[in-house]
Design a protein around this ligand. Structure first.
Ligand code: SF4
Length: 387
């Protein structure tokens, strides 16, 4: 039995190739942290210190807290930290973190909103399937019979209510809270959206938590039986520490190092440019052929002829009939079965069988009867989303 964490399961859902590199192969890429993650860690550290010191009756001033943050930033910063948004510098991000801390401090000082039960907790939720779920709360608080599972969010995107109500991470932690503290009848999930100086909260019923736990165990099962780990390119790739070794991006990264002249001479660039040119020619030709086909049919109809002659070829125009199946096929299927004709007219649904067999979701005897062969698809898309 294994321990799963929110980030492990999220990585699997985000990109299976990344999951394989990180959690199966244990590949480590030195200095591949994004500036956003770096800033988030420094802000978390400062808030942890703030509450830790409070336990010892030491209230840091805002000035002290910012000094701690700046010192930690300077000490931990390395030049290989990735800044994806090229219009902004490390200084901009450092200042953002300072603003988050300042707003938080001014909003919550003297920080007596709740009794703090835990900071950066490290626990495990025992799942009914025998696996464990890693529980790491930024802050666990208690006030007037209510437990608060708190998370600091330093990203620049406001969480809306629907997203909060569907969040897996804190809700799974709240199951641990309910299992651990027998008086925990009400648990509030609370996100401090630091960039907006706002709180977002959510609550779950026991039935919702049961469903969430079942869904999480189903996802774990999917992880455990996964055999294929394909890449999945999304906007999140820019923040992925494996981008430089990822087969979906390796060529692009090689090209970034080339001069404009070398770029144009690259064999891959030349082939893809030619391929995309030909694809456009093919698309235009196909559209033109459709138009011409309609014109030939019209010409033949108007002249009352069946064959239209060209210089070297002739085009035969023949009328044909085809059957249109009813939208609701239930009655037709029942009739075919009754007449003993179903096997004659039905056929194997190849796309369903193919998909189930590839995903390993097919009956094992059927699986043994079908062979699998490797093929390659080449599909073109824009280099950038907005191209
Ligand atoms: S760069 Fe994108 S596709 Fe490649 S491993 Fe990372 S998330 Fe997956």
């Amino acid at each position: 039995m294994a321990t799963y964490s929110h980030s492990k399961l999220s990585t699997f859902s985000q990109c299976r190739y990344k999951y394989k590199l990180q959690y199966i192969d244990g590949v480590k890429i030195e200095g591949a942290e994004s500036v956003e993650a770096f800033m988030g860690s420094r802000v978390h550290e400062a808030l942890e210190k703030l509450y830790k010191d409070l336990k010892f009756q030491k209230l840091n001033s805002l000035k002290d807290l910012l000094k701690f943050y700046r010192d930690s930033w300077d000490k931990s910063w390395t030049d290989d930290i990735i800044i994806v948004k090229k219009d902004y510098s490390a200084k901009n991000y450092k200042l953002m973190g300072e603003k988050y801390l300042t707003d938080y401090y001014n909003n919550y000082a003297p920080f007596d909103q709740m009794t703090i039960l835990g900071l950066e907790t490290q626990d495990r939720l025992h799942l009914p399937d025998g696996n464990h779920y890693h529980v790491r709360m930024d802050k666990l608080g208690f006030k007037n019979g209510v437990y608060y599972v708190c998370d600091y969010k330093s990203n620049n995107r406001m969480k809306d209510q629907q997203e909060a109500d569907e969040d897996r991470q804190l809700a799974m932690y709240s199951i641990w809270v309910k299992n651990t503290f027998k008086d925990a009848k009400k648990v509030v999930l609370l996100w401090h959206m630091l960039a907006f100086n706002k709180e977002v909260t959510s609550e779950r019923t026991d039935a919702q938590l049961k469903k969430l736990q079942d869904d999480t165990m189903a996802l774990i099962k999917e992880v455990e039986k996964a055999k294929e780990f394909p890449t999945k390119v999304t906007a999140l790739c820019d923040y992925c520490s494996y981008k430089s070794i990822c087969p979906a991006w390796k060529h692009d990264i090689e090209l970034e190092l080339k001069t404009a002249k070398e770029f144009k001479k690259d064999a891959g660039v030349k082939m893809v440019d030619e391929y995309s040119k030909l694809q456009l020619v093919k698309k235009n030709a196909e559209e033109k052929m459709e138009e011409l086909k309609d014109e030939i049919i019209l010409f033949a109809k108007q002249k009352g002829i069946e064959v239209v002659f060209g210089s070297n070829k002739k085009a035969a125009v023949r009328e044909y009939l085809s059957v249109v199946l009813p939208e609701d096929k239930t009655k037709l299927i029942a009739l075919l079965k009754k007449k003993g004709l179903y096997d004659v007219y039905s056929m194997i649904c190849y796309s369903r069988l193919n998909s189930d067999a590839i995903k390993g979701e097919i009956d094992s005897d059927v699986d043994k009867m079908v062979d699998k062969e490797k093929g390659y698809r080449v599909s073109l898309s824009n280099r950038k989303e907005d191209d």
